[in-house]
Structure formats: C-alpha cells, structure tokens
Design a protein around this ligand. Structure first.
Ligand code: ADP
Ligand code: MG
Length: 673
C-alpha cells in the first residue's frame, strides 16, 4: 500500500479539523485528495479593469473591497453587499444569507472571481474573494469547498499532498496500453491537474486523473452486471397473442421507439435471467403503455405485476388508464396506496399473498413489510429517481428475483447512464408521439409580474386551462402549502375573480386532492393553483398553460417536468416563468435554458454541468461519483475498456483494486437487491 492509500491525516497541515472538513467532501485518502479536481483555474494574467466588465461574463477582478452593508429584498431575502473598486471603476458584489465573513475582507486588496449578472449594471452574485498577494503559480486551482475550508487552505493541503507522492504514481492502466492510447503518466497528470503550466495542460491532466478514478467504478459496474446474470427468473416466452390483443385496444399505434422498447422488453422477459432494464423517455414520451405491455406479458403467464409510482396522484392515474385495458385482456388491477381503506387493504393483501395474477398499482405502500406477493414476476418502478435505493431494492425483494423495469422521465445524460447505470440495459424513447407542438415559453421578471397574470387571464378567457405553480419553499411542506393557499386566495379574489379556480397541495387529504384533480381533468376547474405535487407524471390533456411563480427557485429538471404537464392533448401550449426580485446567475441560466430548448436530454446535460450529478442521481447519490463523473463520452468508454481488461486479466501489481472498488459500493445500484 503506497502513500496514495494513506488517510489524509498523514499530510502536513491536515489536522483533525481539516480532515473532518475534507471528509464531508468525500476525501478520505491521499488518493481521494489528489483526485479531487479543481472546478476551474484562476488565470492571474487575466485580471481585468472593473470598468471593462460586461454582463454575463466570467471575470477576475482585483481591487479594494468596501464596507459590507446588509442587503434586504422585498421578497424577504437577506444578504450582504459590498463595492469592489479599482482605479477604473467599481462593481457591486452581493451574497445571500448571513455571509458575515465578507466583513473580514473589507478595506483589503483582494482578488474577486465570479460571473456577472445578465442585467445591467453588471453585478457579481456570490463571487469568491481571495488574497493572492503571495501566490506564484500562473494558474491557481479553485476547488469545491465546504464550510470551514478556504481555497488557500485547500491549495496548501494539495501542494503538500503532491509533494509527498513518489515520482512514478502507480496506475490501473498498464503502461503498454497507456502508451498505445497516448495517455500521460499518472504522476505528471496529477501535478498538472492541480497546478498547470497552461490551461490546456490542466484540463488534459484532469481527464487523465478522472479516467483513473472512473476505472474502479466501471469495475464495480461490470461485476454487478455479472451478478444479475447469475440469477434465474421465470421465462415468459409465449407472448404474441395477448400482446397483440392489448395493442389493438390502444387508441393509437405505438411510436417507433415505443415498439422498439417493447420489443427489447419482450426479449428480456423471454429469458430465464431477470430483466434489469431502464426505460428512459422525456416527459410525455409515452412510457406508461410500454410498461403496460410488459405487464400484459407477465399477467398472461400467470404472474403478478407490481407497478410502483411516487405519488398517489400518479398511482391513481395509472390505475384509471390501465384498469380497463387490463380488464379487456382478462385480468384485474388493484390499487394499494395511503388512501386505500383498511378493509380493502385486508382483502387486497390476502389476494396478493395467495398469488393470484394481478396488476398491483401503488405508492411506496407496496414495499411495506405487511405486503407480500405470492407470485411476483415483474416489478415496475415509475419515476425511479423519486425513490431511494432501499425502496427500489425492497420492491424487487418482494419476489424471488423478478424481472425489473425502472422508468425515468429525468433524462440521464449518456455519460451518467454509462457510469452509474452501466449495469442496466437501456431503452430510450427518443421521440414523442406525433402531433405535439413545441411549447412557447416566456420569462417575466419581477417588474412585469402584472403582465404575466394578464397573459394568464387572457388565456383563460380564451378557454385555455392552466396550472399555476406556487413558489417552492425549501424544506417545508407546510409553508409550501400555505404559499399555494395564499396565491389561490389572491388570484381567486383578484386577477382571476369569476374564474373557476382550484387548489391542490401536498397537505390536503387524499380524497380532497382527488376531487380537485378530477374536476380539473374534467374541465370543471379552469385554473389549478398547485405545488409541485403535479410535477410528477400528472396527465390532464386539456391543460394548455403553465405559470410558474418564483421560477428561480426550481431546478431545471423540475421546471422541465412541470412544463411537461401541458400541451399533452396536442394543442398549442404556453409556459410563463415568473421570477422574483433578485435571482442568482445560476437561476438566470436555468431560465434561459428553458427558453432555449424543450429537449429534456439537452436540459439534463445543462443541469449536469450546472449542478453536478447529485441532482440527477436522486436521494442516494454519492459524493465520490460527483468527483469522478465526466461529461466526456470518450473518457467513460475508455474507462470501461480498462475495467474490462482488468476484470479479465487482473489489476496491475501493487494496487488494491478491491479497496478502490469498495469505495464506490454505496453508489446506487438500481435493482440490486
Ligand atoms: P410519460 O412518458 O411522461 O409517462 P405518458 O405515458 O403519460 O408519458 O403518455 C403521455 C400521453 O401520451 C398520454 O396521454 C398517452 O395516452 C399518450 N400517448 C402515449 N403513446 C402514444 C402514442 N403512441 N400515440 C399517441 N399518444 C400517445
Ligand atoms: Mg409517466
């Protein structure tokens, strides 16, 4: 075991406190530390005069920071503001939150880096401040930090770690292969990645380090794949008749990619090995009928099918759509959710335990201990990213290695799919059913709040049904509910007086929620004021307008999901994004992305670069993946190839491969269980 595998405590300057901070960044060993790559570099030759700064620009400025003054917005947010001045001019810098540390820099000459606002006059939101007076390197790394760590401290610690490395750092890539692929030596690459002589060398160094770090993860993925393949599952080979009957029941022909996906699933189900398939498709691409086709096959072979959805609204909607079709082919659907009465639940539990072929649709109520399937042949998880790893595994564990189909409407960038979901087979619905028109999206800032509601009123008067989404309140469902209630009252007594307005939020009783949603679907309610309870999968084909209040608070994938609620009946559809008084650059970029494209895969790529993979991986994401993830398909493919060579031929000598692989073991394994 070389120095790379030592705990970070061995590095000069890393005491218990720093070690703790580093641990929250998933940095435990020297290897983790030197693989903890800079987010970007400060190029000190690029310091510019403040007067030359434009809007929406990455910039590096040097000047004297003025006094820190408290900042209040009408929206009730607090922060700190300070002016940075050089000989050419000055620029306002703002930070939200208590940001009391800003005061420490007042009156000092500092280097400030960040991105300027898109609106005039340019201001800097949440810039970083540093004292660079005693730095020598031409390019300085900027790291992701955690409270208590500074860039300065990180740089010192990384420098000390680099100094402790042997000249030749052992690599998982054997040297013959490395030179065949013209890969740099790892030791040199690590040094360049942190303190590069040029920007280009820095980025190339990062790629090399990332490749090295990706290999153990790909080894894990390869091993997981192999372990699924070892189990046995019921082969469901005779499918043609029932499936054909089911397809004839549909009011539309399958799209090309729906048919392909169903074909792939048929192939999997016919196999005596459990299916592990991820069905990806943008919102509205029609995943439900594909899942239903799979269910039909399993039911026709006498097996039970579980379909788990993240909300009651969605479970009920699936039941409403699927029950008649399933009945037509001679089978029965039951629903198990929080809203199921105790009496019904008892009967349903008994029938499930007896093993009668049933389609059981439900929420996470399906994975409770009291629920037993006598004969589960296929488990389907809708909107899988809304469930934790434990819940997904628990559903699969209700049968003895059932076939598993997981679905997601959060498009996963290809690199992420290859990295984290590499052990799953992938079907993609890349096109939507015909007749959908692009949704026209508009952005109104705070000053034009009135115009947004004018647009809404006009559209509603013209017979368009609308969702109005209340602002997101972080971490507080009850505040969120009251936000929606307030907005509902304001609108129904103000701008929308005389219009039939409904309200739905997560704090309402299930029956009440149902009633409102039904009324909206039936067109009895014209405007539905709601929280993100409608985000996931809700289908009301009449809805043609979506207004999101406080759009700056929503994540990109959330906005995309919300926008997916409208225009589902093929009509013209409009999306209005209304933002609050002060918004961050990142939020401006998200809104801009929403204006620029309706392509969920494109938006996911943007989300990935903006927020990192955590946002896309769901609740059980892992810091270590965030660190090694690459958006570069070539690099991921190379890592796969290396992993394959290692799985077949063993690791190069002197490397504790299993130790490295263990480091990734809590990376979400869909369906491993
Ligand atoms: P999602 O992929 O978001 O779960 P759904 O399965 O809810 O999408 O389908 C969205 C809508 O598209 C539904 O109203 C569904 O009936 C309709 N739909 C699905 N497949 C087709 C098709 N092949 N042709 C026309 N409409 C379709
Ligand atoms: Mg869906």
């Amino acid at each position: 075991m070389g120095v790379l595998d030592h705990p970070i405590g061995v590095i000069r300057g890393v005491g218990p406190a720093t070690a703790n901070h580093l641990r929250t960044l998933a940095v435990h060993t020297v290897r983790d530390l030197v693989s903890f790559l800079p987010l970007r570099y400060l190029d000190r030759s690029r310091i510019m005069p403040i007067a030359s700064v434009h809007c929406g620009q990455d910039c590096l400025l040097c000047g004297i920071l003025g006094a820190a003054a408290p900042l209040f917005t009408r929206g009730g947010r607090r922060g700190v503001s300070a002016l940075l001045a050089d000989e050419s001019g000055s620029i306002r810098c703002m930070w939200f939150g208590s940001a009391s540390w800003v005061g420490r820099w007042s009156g000092r000459e500092v280097v400030v880096s960040g991105r300027t606002s898109l609106r005039n006059p340019p201001a800097l939101l949440h810039p970083e401040i540093e004292d660079l007076t005693d730095e020598r390197d031409p390019y300085l790394p900027v790291y992701r930090l955690t409270a208590g760590l500074t860039q300065r401290k990180m740089r010192a610690v990384v420098r000390a770690a680099l100094a402790s490395l042997p000249l030749a750092v052992p690599s998982l890539v054997d040297s013959a292969w490395a030179s065949a692929c013209s890969l740099a030596a790892l030791g040199e690459a690590v040094r360049c990645a942190h303190f590069p002589p040029s920007l280009e060398q820095g980025l190339r160094g990062q790629d090399r380090v990332r490749l090295e770090a990706l290999i153990p993860l790909q080894v894990l993925v390869a091993r997981r794949r192999a372990s699924f393949r070892d189990r046995s599952a019921p082969a469901m080979a005779a499918t043609a008749d029932e499936l054909a009957r089911f397809l004839r029941l549909l009011p539309f022909p399958l799209t090309r990619c729906q048919a392909d996906a169903l074909g792939e699933i048929r192939g999997d189900l016919a196999n005596p090995r459990p299916m592990h398939r991820l069905l990806q498709g943008d919102v509205g691409s029609g995943k439900t009928v594909v899942a239903a086709g799979a269910a039909v096959i399993a039911l026709a072979h006498g097996f039970q099918v579980a379909l788990m959805a993240p909300t009651e609204v969605l479970a009920d909607q699936h039941a409403r759509v699927l029950t008649p079709w399933i009945r037509e082919i001679g089978h029965e659907t039951v629903v198990l959710s929080g809203g199921t009465s105790a009496g019904d639940r008892g009967t349903i539990h008994r029938r499930m335990a007896e093993g009668q072929p049933l389609l059981v649709i439900g929420t996470h109520a399906l994975v409770q201990d009291s629920v037993a399937f006598g004969n589960l042949g296929l488990a389907i998880i809708d909107e899988q990213h809304r469930f934790g790893l434990g819940q997904r595994a628990a559903l699969a564990a209700k049968g003895s290695s059932p076939h598993l189909l997981v679905m997601t409407a959060t498009p996963i960038p290809r690199t992420l799919a290859m990295t984290v979901y590499g052990h799953l087979d992938l079907s993609v619905l890349s096109e939507k059913p015909p007749g959908r028109r692009p949704i026209q999206t508009k952005w109104y800032d705070h000053g034009r709040r009135g115009h947004a509601f004018d647009d809404l009123r006009r559209a509603v008067a013209g017979g368009i049904q609308a969702y109005v989404v209340a602002p997101l309140v972080e971490g507080s469902p009850s505040l969120e509910a009251s936000g929606a209630v307030d907005l509902y009252h304001d609108l129904s007594t103000g701008e929308l007086a005389g219009v039939r307005v409904g309200l739905v939020h997560g704090r309402m009783k299930a029956a009440e929620k149902d009633r409102v949603i039904h009324a909206f679907r039936a067109g009895e309610i014209q405007v539905l004021v709601c929280t993100t309870v409608v985000e996931v999968g809700m289908d009301a084909p009449g809805a043609g307008l979506l207004l999101v209040d406080g759009a700056e608070r929503f994540g990109l994938s959330q906005l995309h999901q919300l926008r997916g609620r409208i225009g589902r009946g093929g009509q013209d559809a409009f999306c209005i994004l209304l933002t609050g008084e002060i918004i961050t650059i990142e939020a401006e970029q998200r809104i801009q992305a929403m204006l620029d494209t309706g392509d969920g895969f494109r938006l996911a790529e943007i989300d990935l670069t903006q927020r990192g993979p955590g946002a896309l991986l769901g609740p059980d994401q892992h810091g270590r993946v965030a660190g090694v993830l690459s958006a570069d398909v070539r690099l991921v493919a190379l890592a796969r190839e290396c992993a394959q060579r290692i799985v077949e031929g063993g690791p190069p000598p002197g490397i504790d491969l299993d130790g490295l692989v263990r480091g990734f073991e809590d990376v979400p394994a869909l369906g491993a269980g």
